[in-house]
Structure formats: structure tokens, C-alpha cells
Write a protein that binds this ligand. Structure first.
Ligand code: TYM
Length: 332
């Protein structure tokens, strides 16, 4: 499949915590849909994750669990390349090169850097700062045409485009210029208890995890923050909590917003919360059960990530050597 004429997709998720409903609706769900029409490469970006301190045993466990969840969500290792970023050293190598073509000012403007350096004020390391360069290397190594991500990653993909255009301008057509691919619904799932903030693993009560038990999901939706308007409408500015619940409902059922609004017309917030909770429980149930089953078969998962790294390496190496040649490095 590495030589097909299909367009290529690359995306990744950090194993920095358990996968969330946000990463599922913003990214993974789209990844599965794109598998047939595109040549897809999906990564577990463990190098990115160490920009924040990790417990090594937890990181190992989470990488394995994340791979199991990728498969349980419907990513097919026969169709898509599934691999772990640190297994393909070309990512770090190209990242160094691209760093020499990225400006300090560009990295200083990145929203995620500003947020993370506030949250981890005691550890604003150079990796946190150059994080988007490594992300650009991830994407450009595979000559990706499309990068399916949630809305929060758009700025990073745009920077990746700028770096690629700059490099190509000097050295010729080395890199494909990627486009972000952001879903219409589910691109920004908000926290259930702080609906003005993005749903994030750093706020576990406002966040649904893919492996949460049904009773936990039910509780989290029951406690979801709404408002005092007493009227179900989609208006993210005025009614962020209710609008978020409606968006999650639409993303999970595939319904269009006007249909969802008609369905809940005249109903109370309690009904909305329990309907959304139920549909999320039913969406995640098979994923949790399949993940539990897959995690018992370590050899199968190891085989997926080893094969994935070999296939990924073949593509990555070609791009890296092309860049080396253009830069004037002597052949190995
Ligand atoms: P990460 O690990 O924070 O998130 C993984 C993916 O999930 C999306 N996402 C969300 N979408 C909607 N609502 C939410 N609440 C929500 N939370 C997360 C993210 O937009 C993302 O698509 N830097 C990236 C990982 C990365 C990457 C890459 C992505 C590294 N290299 C190359 C694409 C291509 C990140 O931190 O995502």
C-alpha cells in the first residue's frame, strides 16, 4: 500500500493520559472513516508526551492501551499503518533539521505552548517550545496531504505548512504541503463541568474517557453544567453547556442539529443530559469491551506496532534522505 496513488493522511495522539471523548470525536472517529479512501498513517506520539514529566511504567501501559483503543475504535492494521513515534528515529532527525528553518517568534506565538507553560510553570523545557517542529516532522516525513485533527491543532498544522513552504522554496519540492482536516461536528468537544473550556484529560470530572464505565459516564452527564435559560437551543456563546451536549448528541448519532433541536424541543435539561449520556454509553461500550479483549493479547498488539514501524520507516527514510541530499549532507 505504500506505493499506491491514494492521497496520504497522517495524524497522531499523545499517550499523555487516557483517550477522551474529545479525541474520539475530534480525531479518531474521522480517522476510521478515511481508511478506505486514503493511505493512512496513524501514530502514538510518545516523544511529544515527554515534554511533560511522565511515570515510565504508566507511559508504557498507556501506549499499549492506546494502541488497543485505536484498533477497538475501528482502525484496521491491515489498511492503516499504526505505529509508535519513538520507534521511527527519523521523526527526531527531521525535527532537528526543520528546527533550523523555524523562527523563535513563530514558536512563541503558539497557543498550546503558552497554555502549557502556564500549566507547567516549573518545567518550561525546550521540548515544550519546539513541540510544533516535531509535529511538523511527523506530518512532512509521510508527505501527508491531509491531517485530520480537532480544532485546537489547526494552528500547529498551519505552522507545519509554513515550514514546509519555506523549505521547498529554498530546496525545491521536497515536502507535500498538508491541509488540516477538521470535522464539522465534534471538532471542539467542551468540558462537561466547565463548558467554556475544551474537554481535556486534565479535568477528569468534566471529561469522558473512552474506557469509562457506564455508571461513571452517566454521573458525569448528570452533573453536566447547563444554565438558567430553561430552554434547549444551540447557542455556544449564550448557552455553552447545552450547546455542547447537543453537539455531542449530534456527533454520536449522526443527526443534524436542526433535527436534534426538533427532537428536544420543549423538553427539560434533565432529559437532554440523560439522552446524551445514554447514547455516549452505547457508543463507547463496544470500544471498551473490545479494548479489554485486545489488551489480553499482547503479542498481537506488539506485532501491530512492530510491523507498523517497519512500514512507517520505509516512507520516512525516503523523505529524510531526500532532505539530507538537498541540504548537502554526504551520503551515508
Ligand atoms: P492531542 O493528543 O492533544 O489530541 C489528539 C487529537 O484529539 C483532538 N482533540 C479534540 N478534539 C475535539 N475536542 C476536544 N476536546 C479534543 N481534545 C483533543 C486533537 O485536536 C487531536 O487531533 N499535537 C497533537 C498530537 C500530534 C499530532 C501530530 C497530530 C503530534 N504530532 C501530527 C496530528 C499530526 C496533540 O497534542 O493532540
Amino acid at each position: 500500500m505504500e506505493n499506491t496513488a491514494k492521497k496520504r493522511i497522517f495524524s497522531g495522539i499523545q499517550p499523555s493520559g487516557e483517550l477522551t471523548l474529545g479525541s474520539y470525536m475530534g480525531a479518531i472517529r474521522n480517522w476510521t472513516v478515511l481508511q478506505d479512501a486514503y493511505d493512512c498513517v496513524y501514530c502514538i506520539v510518545d516523544l511529544h508526551t515527554i515534554t511533560v514529566r511522565q511515570n515510565p511504567a504508566d507511559l508504557r501501559r498507556r501506549c499499549m492501551a492506546q494502541l488497543a483503543q485505536y484498533v477497538a475504535c475501528g482502525l484496521d492494521p491491515e489498511k492503516s499503518i499504526l505505529f509508535i513515534q519513538s520507534h521511527v528515529p527519523e521523526h527526531a532527525e527531521l525535527s532537528w533539521i526543520l528546527g533550523c528553518y523555524t523562527q523563535f517568534g513563530e514558536l512563541s506565538r503558539m497557543t498550546q505552548f503558552k497554555q502549557k507553560s502556564q500549566r507547567h510553570a516549573d518545567n518550561i523545557n525546550a521540548g515544550l517550545f519546539t513541540y510544533p517542529v516535531l509535529m511538523a516532522a511527523d506530518i512532512l516525513l509521510y508527505q501527508a496531504d491531509l491531517v485530520p485533527v480537532g480544532a485546537d491543532q489547526k494552528q500547529h498544522v498551519e505552522l507545519c505548512r509554513d515550514i514546509a513552504l519555506r523549505f521547498n522554496h529554498i530546496y525545491g519540492d521536497i515536502f507535500t504541503i498538508p491541509e488540516p482536516f477538521i470535522p464539522e461536528i465534534g471538532a471542539r468537544v467542551m468540558s462537561l463541568n466547565h463548558p467554556e473550556d475544551k474537554m481535556s484529560k486534565s479535568d477528569p470530572e468534566g471529561c469522558v474517557f473512552l474506557l469509562d464505565k457506564p455508571e461513571d459516564i452517566k454521573r458525569k452527564f448528570k452533573r453536566a453544567v447547563t444554565d438558567s435559560e430553561a430552554h434547549i437551543d444551540y447557542n455556544p456563546e449564550k448557552q455553552p453547556g447545552v450547546s455542547n451536549l447537543l453537539s455531542i448528541y449530534c456527533a454520536a448519532t449522526g443527526k443534524a442539529m436542526p433535527d436534534a433541536l426538533a427532537q428536544f424541543d420543549g423538553q427539560g435539561y434533565g432529559n437532554l443530559k440523560s439522552a446524551v449520556g445514554e447514547i455516549v454509553i452505547e457508543t463507547l461500550r463496544p470500544i471498551r469491551e473490545e479494548t479489554e479483549r485486545l489488551l489480553k493479547d499482547k503479542a498481537y498488539l506488539e506485532n501491530i506496532y512492530k510491523t507498523g514501524a517497519e512500514r512507517a520507516s520505509r516512507i520516512a527514510r525516503r523523505t529524510l534522505l531526500k532532505a539530507h541530499k538537498k541540504l548537502g549532507f554526504l551520503p551515508r
